[in-house]
Design a protein. Structure first.
Length: 275
């Protein structure tokens, strides 16, 4: 019972860490104090949980747990989170904190999927649960991209109506173009980091559980390309180089890639057979 509680707590820690990365990613573009504060407190909670796990390991093994590779990975992840908290509080830099936490998340999940951890029955249970989380995060990201697609189409419709000066009471419930553009942006700000987290979890799960895994896989490559495209689009939009109808059309075309990757990518993939 105690071991089960520990495994569930570790799983919750990974989920909280993933949510904090999404918030940091959003804050980089919106620069809202509430979002940044929420991300910081979630990372702080993760740090406390990691510290408790580390102290528990020290107490159980009666030594500092850095003698094996997997112990070193966990301690390194703890150091990365510690550094990110220090940078947030003292230096107050945004982008480095985000990337440090992405690296920290990678090493935290590597520790979760490491062979000597997975061999334990509870480890196998966690791997199954984390596979579900990987798939869930992917689907959530697809849902966010769908919202961006819908809002982009709505933007183009409203733009065309306003340009032709055919605005009537029928369209009175439409939000403004500015508001629709914000919704598009928000959808991608949520969906893209979720996709990144899903890719990380999926690669780690596959590398630890599948024999002969190759990253030259249609679904992996397609998902990574989609992440890069959306990230570049966000950067260009943030710099004011991609706005208005061009911004909407880019999201519509990119969403078509998402649909192709979802269906055709799974067909061509050697192991993405469950979704």
């Amino acid at each position: 019972m105690f071991d089960l509680t520990i495994s569930q707590t570790y799983e919750m820690m990974v989920i909280l860490y993933a949510v904090s990365i999404v918030l940091y990613f959003t804050d980089y573009f919106y620069r809202q104090v509430k979002i940044r504060r929420a991300a910081f407190w979630l990372v702080s909670i993760v740090w406390v949980m990691q510290t408790v796990f580390l102290l528990f390991d020290i107490f159980e093994k009666k030594r500092f747990p850095v003698l094996s590779l997997i112990e070193g990975v966990y301690f390194y992840a703890w150091l990365l989170i510690t550094i990110s908290i220090i940078l947030h509080c003292i230096v107050k830099v945004d982008l480095p904190v985000f990337f440090i936490n992405v690296l920290g998340f990678i090493f935290v999940t590597i520790h979760l999927f490491a062979p000597d951890h997975v061999q334990h029955p509870l480890g196998e249970s966690l791997v199954s649960e984390m596979l579900i989380i990987h798939i869930s995060f992917a689907i959530l990201s697809y849902a966010s991209f769908t919202l961006a697609f819908v809002f982009s189409v709505l933007y183009l419709i409203l733009y065309k109506i306003l340009k032709r000066k055919k605005y009537s009471k029928l369209w009175s419930r439409f939000p403004s173009l500015q508001q629709i553009s914000k919704w598009v942006n928000s959808s991608i700000l949520i969906g893209n980091p979720l996709l990144l987290i899903s890719i990380i979890l999926g690669l780690e799960w596959a590398s630890m559980t599948l024999d002969g895994l190759s990253i030259i896989d249609a679904k992996i490559i397609g998902s990574f390309i989609i992440f890069v495209i959306y990230f570049v689009v966000l950067i260009l939009h943030h710099k004011g180089k991609l706005t208005g109808i061009n911004y909407s059309w880019v999201h519509i075309y990119t969403y078509l890639l998402v649909v192709v990757n979802f269906f055709l990518g799974s067909k061509l993939s050697s192991f993405h057979l469950w979704y």
